[in-house]
Design a protein around this ligand. Structure first.
Ligand code: AMP
Length: 522
């Protein structure tokens, strides 16, 4: 190796954020905080309480809730295996029998979901390997046996399957069940915010770690509900409309531009399967004119064909039957009640019969909200009703409706329309000179910060010119000048950097003056 290459190798690797993830930096983070604060405030006025959830959950929770066939679960989740600590080390062949005994114990105690068949295969293969190691078998067959043992061992389940959450509704439902929230006054209104993870192809407005603000209303299904279905339908429609009203109010507060709400009903377990069959039959008739993705979806999920953005498919899709014409009586009643309720609340909507959404759990109401300045990824919020999901996850019969706002896109849209806050400059830069002044400067900084001012206190003495230059760079409003004279006179000099004017104040007067001028400017 030449000296040159050795030097090159010494250079430490430069790390970068992983593709699809990113750092959020100031001053942009100030906008994130403002948006989140507005959500806390707006949602509280509708009686929602915050829930904070784990970032990872058992993979099965998402398989069951979101659906094993969906893109999210089938190819986009970040999944890993968490082994019990005692199984961390990779065993050598000579320790393998002890290791396998431990695995069997974990199966028994339920710490690892049992896969007895796979374990038996490994145990049998180990016996074979041990026999051949002790016996006279030729080297080639011994190697083959060992190779097979390694393969079988590699396939053994040694821990729990865990996934980073790709969405929040499943976790909210899990928490509702786990904490017996059906005992609380119904409905239970919860919201949360935080990162979600999906291995999608990154582009503007689409990330692998992205942030959602999520709200859910869960309500135990009344046992006597069947007695008065029309009252139940009216109840649900009002809840749906209020949830939509809440998110629209929130966007309104943020002055989000170009907000468009689209709604649809995708029916229920009764009527949707019949519509799906009708749709499939209609699609089969025009199969040749569709692209390969849509052709495949005729079999797997015909509703998703309606989602297609392919230009050439648009005229064909326009001729397909609309679900609104095929809703059962209850769904039709519910849908018209939702529309009436939205009108009563002054919420402007557009019906979009093609709005089906990608998650399995939705029924009846679905909605999506788009905003300005986002290009092709312009959906800032999606939501819908999901009665029955809690039950599917082992809980009591429960109704649900919720939405997820894509916070990254919301922020992007606000920035595009010039709603981003400017970099916040300091209020006061303390230009101190001399040891005596240093002590006074430290005390002044403490008092000013206590009073809520943002203060920059240089750690070492600076020449006057440099101090003012720094103050300017940091966007400070004032420079507080503290030198020996100021300290002995008890009169401090305050320089207003915008116009260069200067005045002297006693310590209490200075605080008073700054307070007053802050009130005027805010
Ligand atoms: P969903 O959970 O798929 O219904 O999505 C709800 C909202 O989350 C969407 O309308 C988007 O605003 C946002 N969203 C979903 N996936 C991503 C992503 N990969 N990157 C950024 N935002 C996303």
């Amino acid at each position: 190796m030449s000296e040159g290459t050795a030097k090159k190798e010494e250079k430490p690797r430069k790390f970068q954020a992983i593709r699809g993830t990113r750092d959020l930096l100031p001053p942009e983070t100030a906008l994130w905080n403002r948006v989140e604060q507005a959500a806390h405030e707006a949602f509280a006025t509708f009686g929602f309480g915050e829930i904070r959830l784990p970032i990872f959950e058992p993979t099965d929770l998402f398989v069951r809730a979101v659906g094993g066939e969906t893109d999210i679960v089938s190819k986009e989740m970040y999944t890993f295996v968490e082994r019990p600590e005692e199984l961390e080390l990779l065993p050598s062949i000579s320790d393998l029998d002890v290791f396998l005994q431990k695995v069997r114990q974990f199966y028994k105690s339920g710490e690892i979901p049992p896969d007895n068949l796979a374990l038996e295969l490994v145990e049998n293969q180990l016996k074979k390997v041990n026999d051949s190691l002790a016996g006279i078998s030729n080297r080639e067959s011994r190697d083959r046996d060992i190779y097979e043992l390694i393969m079988l061992f590699g396939a053994l389940r040694l821990g729990n399957d865990i996934s980073l959450r790709p969405e929040a509704t499943a976790s909210v439902c899990r928490a509702y069940i786990e904490h017996g929230m059906q005992q609380l006054p119904q409905p239970v209104k919860l919201y949360c915010m935080g990162p979600m993870f999906r291995r999608e192809r990154p582009q503007k407005g689409r990330y692998r770690q992205f942030y959602q603000i999520d709200a859910e209303v869960l309500e135990a299904t009344r046992l006597d509900a069947a007695k008065d279905t029309s009252k139940e339908l009216a109840n649900d429609a009002a809840v749906d409309a209020e949830v939509i009203e809440m998110v629209m109010t929130f966007f309104d507060r943020l002055e989000l531009q170009g907000v468009q709400l689209e709604i649809n009903s995708i029916g229920c377990r009764e009527c949707r399967p019949k519509y799906v069959e009708l749709l499939r039959a209609a699609l089969l008739k025009v199969k040749d004119k569709l692209g390969p993705d849509s052709q495949r979806r005729i079999e797997t999920n015909p509703l998703r064909v309606l989602d297609s953005k392919l230009e050439s498919e648009q005229p064909i899709i326009a001729t397909l039957p609309h679900i609104a014409d095929h809703l059962c009586e209850a769904c039709a009643k519910h849908y018209s009640a939702v529309k009436r309720q939205l009108e009563m609340r002054g919420v402007i909507y557009r019906e979009n019969w093609r709005l089906v959404r990608g998650l399995d759990y939705y029924m009846r109401t679905t909605f999506e909200i788009t905003a300005k300045g986002l290009g092709s990824q312009n959906a800032v919020c999606g939501g819908g009703r999901y009665d029955g999901l809690v039950e599917l996850l082992g809980g009591p019969p429960t109704k649900g409706i919720g939405f997820a706002i894509g916070e990254d896109r919301l922020i992007l849209s606000l920035q595009e329309s010039g709603k981003a806050p400017a970099q916040q400059g300091r209020d006061v830069y303390i230009a101190w000179m001399g040891e005596r002044a240093h002590a006074t400067a430290i005390r002044a900084a403490k008092d000013l910060r206590k009073a809520g001012f943002s203060v920059e206190l240089p750690p070492v003495e600076q020449k006057f010119g440099k101090a003012l230059g720094q103050a300017d760079k940091l966007g400070a409003k004032y420079a507080l000048i503290l030198g020996d004279n100021e300290v002995s006179e008890g009169l401090w000099t305050l320089k207003t950097l915008a116009d260069g004017s200067q005045a002297k104040y006693t310590e209490p007067d200075l605080l008073d003056h700054l307070r007053k001028s802050k009130r005027v400017s805010s």
